[in-house]
Design a binder for this molecule. Structure first.
Ligand SMILES: Nc1ncnc2c1ncn2[C@@H]1O[C@H](COP(=O)(O)OP(=O)(O)OP(=O)(O)O)[C@@H](O)[C@H]1O
Ligand SMILES: [Mg+2]
Length: 388
């Protein structure tokens, strides 16, 4: 490991913030680029630059002195990453892999070409062409580029949904009969060594189409657990480039495992690894960036991660019910440092560790009952609290 290497990170959100929290133990320098001067990394990065990570020249300038370039969001300039790689810098993920993943159409085609099981689909030049594929309905329409956190994805029931379909290139995918949604993290080193975490079970909040909470181990048979790990390892092997891969899977009601999508970066489904594993997803990234050996992925107990998502509108954030939650043994609070809350915005998370599934269920229910992030109420002036 070089002395105080400079890691240039594109994106300054909560993933970057949790990466920095761990990276500081190794005495590295983390430079962050993000358009928002108030982003979660802005005040804790070794050096913060305000600017666009999807602009080639801005990224080139920002990372010119770095030893390693990493991402914490996918919508970055791959052209800049290719040039930086050409200059001899370690770029993780590989820009070619990122290009494939950035486009949901290329990504689905990649799975097909590599014999990786995925739901039946077709590629459309325009979402409204879904009327030509009744065999894929009901299904899901996914905009090839630009979607994030469920925003580029819509369920489509029949041809009449063409009216509200995305305009432009899309993937139309058959609807899977999902028994469980899983995510499996794999880390792959420069010499092709791979390590895999236990699958986690994702439980969605139907209101925002965001993960509400996740739990590990997932409640499923040992053979399915092993099958999910093997499939995720195959995905990383197929990409064949160093990096951290979060592989989202569907376990169907008839017992098949299908790959939904892969993120080549730290992922919401891996936050529990901070407390539940000796080496977290962020620690693995640091090890990759600095050429250190991969870490231990074994799960130490039962863990759940509950997203703290903004409710009830926007404004300066107020956090309620923390005291009750933090009295539960084995709870860990992570606040992302976002001043403004919005409905559906991820403001933080709580990880809970427990001895078994029953204790875990109880703790999840308590946290969810008590903790809320809402906009601070405007003070109502009445005759009794009127300032004199
Ligand atoms: N073929 C499908 N069948 C059933 N449900 C699906 C299917 N595709 C997507 N979904 C549901 O929609 C959710 C979001 O879809 P997906 O993961 O493809 O997009 P996304 O997570 O919004 O993308 P991004 O990672 O860019 O934010 C899935 O987690 C799943 O609940
Ligand atoms: Mg997804």
């Amino acid at each position: 490991m070089a002395v105080r290497p400079v890691i240039a990170l594109l994106g300054g959100g909560q993933l970057g913030r949790m990466f920095i929290e761990n990276a500081l133990r190794y005495d590295v320098q983390v430079h962050v680029l993000d358009p928002d001067p108030d982003c979660p990394c802005a005040r804790i990065a070794t050096h913060f630059t305000q600017g666009r990570f999807d602009d080639r020249d801005t990224v080139l300038r920002f990372a010119q002195d770095a030893d390693v370039v990493g991402i914490e969001i996918e919508h970055v300039s791959t052209e800049a990453l290719e040039q930086l790689q050409g200059l001899g810098k370690a770029v993780i993920p590989d820009p070619g892999t990122l290009r494939t993943i950035q486009d949901k159409g290329l990504q689905k085609q990649f799975y097909l070409d590599h014999g990786i099981p995925t739901e039946a689909f077709t590629l459309l030049d325009d979402g409204r062409d879904l009327v030509r594929y009744p065999a894929l309905l009901p299904g899901f329409l996914k905009s090839c580029t630009g979607g994030y956190d469920g925003k580029g994805v819509m369920p489509v029931l029949g041809p009449e949904d063409a009216k509200r379909a995305f305009i432009g290139p899309c993937v139309l995918e058959k609807r899977s009969d999902i028994a469980l949604e899983l995510a499996v993290l794999v880390v792959r080193s420069a010499n092709g060594e791979q390590a895999v975490y236990d699958p986690v079970e994702m439980v969605f909040d139907p209101r925002y189409n965001l993960v509400d909470h996740l739990r590990a181990p997932a409640r499923m048979a040992h053979t399915v657990n092993e099958g999910a790990k093997q499939l995720a390892l195959r995905v990383a092997e197929a990409f064949g480039t160093p990096g951290l891969y979060a592989v989202e899977l569907f376990l169907t009601t008839d017992g098949r495992l299908l790959v939904n999508e892969t993120a080549p970066r730290a992922h919401n489904s891996g936050h529990h690894t901070i407390e539940a594993c000796a080496s977290s997803q962020f620690d693995q990234l640091l090890r990759l960036y600095t050429g250190l050996p991969l870490g231990d992925t074994a799960l130490r107990g039962h863990a759940a991660m509950i997203n703290l998502v903004g409710e009830g509108g926007s404004g300066p954030a107020d956090l309620m019910g923390l005291e009750e939650a933090l009295r539960i043994p084995g709870t860990f609070l992570h606040l992302y440092g976002k001043k403004e809350t919005r409905t559906g915005r991820k403001m933080g998370h709580i990880t809970v560790m427990a001895a078994d599934d029953t204790a875990l269920d109880r703790a999840i229910a308590l946290v969810k009952a008590h903790v809320h992030v809402r906009p601070r109420r405007a003070q109502v002036i009445t005759s009794t609290n009127k300032p004199h």
